[in-house]
Design a binder for this molecule. Structure first.
Ligand code: SF4
Ligand code: SF4
Length: 377
């Protein structure tokens, strides 16, 4: 078995904030057991032991929620201990921690720095936009506190990415947001299209992102980024970097951009495993790290045909002139046609708008990179 990705939810779906669009809260209410409470150290040990002993080369542990800080710092100190104890094959270990930042104090930051954690910090643009949908459980604003958390991370020299959920508000104000991130020195940015509730009609929520808004957002962001790229001063925006990499012949790092679901192990607090964060429902449960071996979990993944389902793209995609870069997007945004059993992406119109405007530029950037590589070889 080669590199392994493990995404762990130590506090199940529990959170110290209450964001209106939280996709995980929506999922937990669509399964039999809403919350699995806190993960025990014994379960954590089983997860780390069973994955580390099988991995080759590298392994990534991403702690996520709900809000992972709720499980307390000692849990993560234990995680480091278990990683050291079971790293018999001397593989590279990367720890990632995705947080809303609400509870980050000096002690957390010190720990992250000491153990080289890569942090994903959720911020939705400027104060006004962030506070629209991201609040405390009592409905209070959270932006100022999150900004202080980012300053703390800076002080301790912790590496972090800004994770921004693209709601309709973010899409409309992307120029202002881009400028604000620049002023803050937030150079590593990841934009995630906001999801409507699973299996419900799309576009009805206050935060809903329509294909048209998303298309306009992608084009506007790309042009801002492209302008800075020409000045040699662009931030790292994961989606665009991936498109350029794909145009240069490399594989995208994220499954959303590869067009096919990847092999992920997403672990709930009780040790149950699911194939993707977006599908942590009863019918997608593929095992439990307390009782099953990794091989059994992988076998069950094949049995439910999770990855295979994402290969059933409709004819529009397979004949699309942008397919090489778009690849039909993330399966979570696709809808199945009951007659053909094939999938089409709800955001297709957005991708068409984006690639119409930016495809040639992406290919051009990739060409320049390949040329530079040849000259330096
Ligand atoms: S649904 Fe999307 S995020 Fe989940 S594995 Fe498939 S492509 Fe990846
Ligand atoms: S632009 Fe639309 S049709 Fe073309 S590959 Fe993407 S999702 Fe499919």
């Amino acid at each position: 078995m080669s590199e392994i990705q493990v995404l762990i939810k130590p506090a199940s779906g529990m959170c110290n904030m209450s964001c209106d669009y939280c996709f995980y809260r929506d999922e937990t209410f669509k399964r039999t057991q809403h919350s699995y409470g806190f993960m025990t150290e014994q379960t954590l040990k089983n997860v780390i032991r069973k994955t580390m002993l099988q991995a080759e080369g590298a392994i990534t542990y991403a702690f996520q929620g709900g809000e992972p800080t709720l499980r307390g710092l000692n849990f993560y100190k234990k995680a480091i201990e278990f990683q050291q104890q079971y790293n018999k094959n001397h593989i590279r270990v990367q720890n990632v921690f995705q947080t809303n930042g609400y509870a980050l104090d000096n002690e957390w930051c010190h720990f992250f720095r000491e153990h080289n954690f890569l942090i994903g910090l959720s911020v939705d643009g400027t104060a006004k936009i962030h506070n629209t949908f991201r609040h405390t459980r009592n409905g209070k604003d959270t932006f100022d506190r999150i900004l202080r958390a980012s300053q703390r991370l800076d002080e301790y020299g912790v590496e972090y990415n800004i994770l921004t959920v693209v709601t309709n508000q973010v899409a409309l104000d992307i120029s202002e947001i881009y400028q604000f991130y620049k002023e803050r020195g937030w150079r590593y940015q990841q934009y995630i299209a906001c999801l409507d509730p699973l299996r419900e009609e799309r576009g009805n929520m206050q935060y809903s992102l329509t294909p048209e808004l998303y298309g306009n957002f992608l084009v506007a962001l790309f042009y801002l980024w492209y302008q800075d790229l020409q000045a040699g001063n662009q931030p790292y925006i994961r989606q665009f970097e991936n498109y350029v990499g794909m145009a240069a012949g490399y594989m995208a790092e994220s499954c959303e951009q590869r067009g096919v679901c990847g092999i992920q192990n997403v672990v709930e607090a009780d040790g149950s495993v699911y194939p993707c964060d977006f599908y942590m429902l009863d019918e997608y449960r593929i095992g439990n790290f307390n009782t099953d071996l990794l091989n059994q979990i992988y076998r069950r993944r094949r049995e439910i045909g999770f990855i295979e389902e994402s290969q059933k793209l409709n004819l529009k995609c397979s004949t699309c002139r942008f397919y090489q870069l778009c690849r039909g997007g993330c399966q979570r945004n696709r809808e199945c046609n009951a007659d053909t059993g094939l999938y089409a992406n709800y955001l297709c119109e957005a991708y068409q708008m984006f690639f119409e405007a930016c495809y040639d530029k992406i290919v051009g950037i990739a060409g320049n990179i390949l040329q530079d590589n040849m000259l330096t070889e």
